[in-house]
Design a binder for this molecule. Structure first.
Ligand SMILES: [Zn+2]
Length: 487
């Protein structure tokens, strides 16, 4: 293993006096001023750039994110008409397209709900699937319903009906997909990302073992298992945190992932009070089944990561953690009762949150959770209660860029709009540490996973955090991204 001396570094959170970092065998072995490069160490001058622990995205669907970068992006479409126009344009540009797959359709506020015939009018017989922005629904035309063997109906699939189709969508050759994943990994490294928790609904341990064997190296990956792969992981004796690929050591066993309820945009999040249409959303898994799965995982040393968006779903899942005594996280925790906020710290459960989604959702939330948005995305309340936060993007729901999450958490604003519930904004110190994957600071003996920034993130105006320039990223002491001339 190489030894690297990063010279002339300023540590984020310090007074800015320059220090050197010595990295060996994937760890930080020394931090101090003017370190002597021991025999064979490669010296890289950082020119006084700011160093801090590398960034983690605690909630990614990696294959979907990598695929979405090659699909028709409809996130900017503000209406059904704009969406149809974008699909029509794609078909004009690619008249021989055999299938159109789009993503980022935010349809919750459209006056007319999407249905198959509306798409048919612009796509004709070309199978077309447009995935909802929150990835809890998809809008299919008649040709796509036929292709995937679904009964002809209105064309909007939701929740479990859609999740059953999702893995079959646009089935890509694994070699092609792995190439896309490598591209996405490099792009993430350029934003300072050193690790992701992958919640892809597939055989993640197998997929990632193959990718690492094939040379993937830009991030550490904590691979989640879904209930259908739980038995295999238990049979292999894998516990959360275990290294799965002994060669590189970058792949570790993650948590069990269970989808507890629906989502806000699909109006399926399980809530104590009704949505304006009178519905309360619902659970995607019965509470006794949820507990049985969590209990089985916990007995095998596997943490649980349970998706809960509505406040009632969060109550149910917190109850389950309480009864089972399991370790882990609630994914999303978007709407919480005041009483439930304090239970995260009390139970030692991580709130795995996606602050950028608050910016995507603020208008829908004001309509669908009217009168309740003071306890939606309640980051400041969670921090005050002592809960540990872990930031993620839920890519492809939001782009895989931790600076979006950090910026949204600090400013509760985007695109120059007035801050949304600014009382729930948090300080940048907590926002940064919530993106460090459990690492508290750069320290001797810690992993040599770090980023070098052009500017001190504590010194820039809050609005500039979103566009922070990452000069270099290192994982296990190796550069995965660098703009430094001497590297
Ligand atoms: Zn997700």
């Amino acid at each position: 293993m190489t030894t690297l001396l990063l010279a002339d570094v300023r540590l984020v959170g310090s007074d800015g006096s320059p220090v050197d970092l010595l990295l060996r065998d994937g760890r930080i072995t020394e931090i101090g001023p003017s370190l002597a490069p021991d025999g064979g160490a490669r010296v890289v001058s950082t020119g006084g750039r700011w160093a801090m622990p590398g960034l983690w995205d605690a909630h990614v669907h990696v294959s979907q994110w990598a695929s979405a970068r090659h699909r028709l992006d409809l996130a900017a479409c503000r209406s059904l008409e704009e969406c149809l126009a974008a699909v029509a344009e794609r078909l004009r540009d690619e008249p021989r397209a055999e299938e159109v797959i789009g993503g980022g359709v935010w349809h919750a506020r459209w006056p007319q709900p999407p249905h198959a015939e509306l798409l048919d009018a612009v796509t004709g017989d070309v199978p077309t699937v447009l995935v909802g922005g929150d990835v809890h629904s998809a809008w299919l035309n008649t040709a796509a319903l036929r292709r995937y063997g679904l009964a002809p109906h209105h064309g909007l699939l939701r929740e479990n009906e859609w999740f059953a189709l999702m893995p079959r969508l646009g089935a890509t050759d694994p070699a092609v997909l792995d190439g896309w994943v490598s591209d996405a990994g490099r792009a993430a490294a350029a934003r300072g990302v050193v690790g992701v928790v992958d919640f892809e609904a597939g055989d993640n341990l197998t997929d990632w073992s193959r990718r690492f064997a094939g040379g993937f190296h830009t991030q550490r990956v904590r691979a989640s298992v879904w209930p259908d792969h739980l038995s295999t992981a238990i049979a292999r004796g894998l516990r959360t945190g275990d290294v799965v690929d002994p060669a590189g050591g970058l792949l570790t066993m993650g948590p069990l992932k269970i989808i507890g309820d629906g989502s806000l945009n699909t109006r399926t999040a399980f809530c104590h009070e009704a949505f304006p249409d009178g519905s309360h959303g619902g659970l995607n898994v019965a509470p006794d089944q949820l507990e049985a799965l969590m209990r089985r995982a916990a007995a095998a040393g596997i943490d649980s990561a349970i998706h809960a968006i509505g406040d009632r779903a969060n109550t149910v899942v917190l109850d389950a953690f309480d009864r089972v005594g399991a370790r882990g996280s609630i994914e999303h925790a978007q709407l919480l009762t005041r009483a439930d906020v304090a239970r995260f710290a009390a139970l030692g459960i991580t709130a795995s949150v996606q602050p950028e989604q608050a910016m995507d959702d603020r208008d829908v939330a004001e309509e669908q959770w009217a009168g309740r948005t003071g306890r939606a995305y309640p980051l400041a309340d969670l921090v005050r209660s002592g809960a540990r936060l872990a930031f993620g993007s839920d890519a492809p729901v939001a782009p895989l860029d931790p600076w979006f999450a950090i910026s949204s958490a600090v400013t509760r604003s985007r695109d120059g709009r007035a801050p949304w519930h600014p009382e729930q904004a948090i300080g940048r110190g907590v926002a940064l540490t919530s993106s460090w994957g459990g690492v508290a600071r750069l320290a001797r003996g810690g992993p040599a996973d770090l980023v070098l920034l052009e500017d001190d993130p504590f010194a820039v105006v809050p609005e500039a955090l979103r566009g922070t320039t990452v000069a270099a990223t290192l994982v296990a002491g190796r550069f995965t991204h660098s703009t430094l001339t001497s590297d």
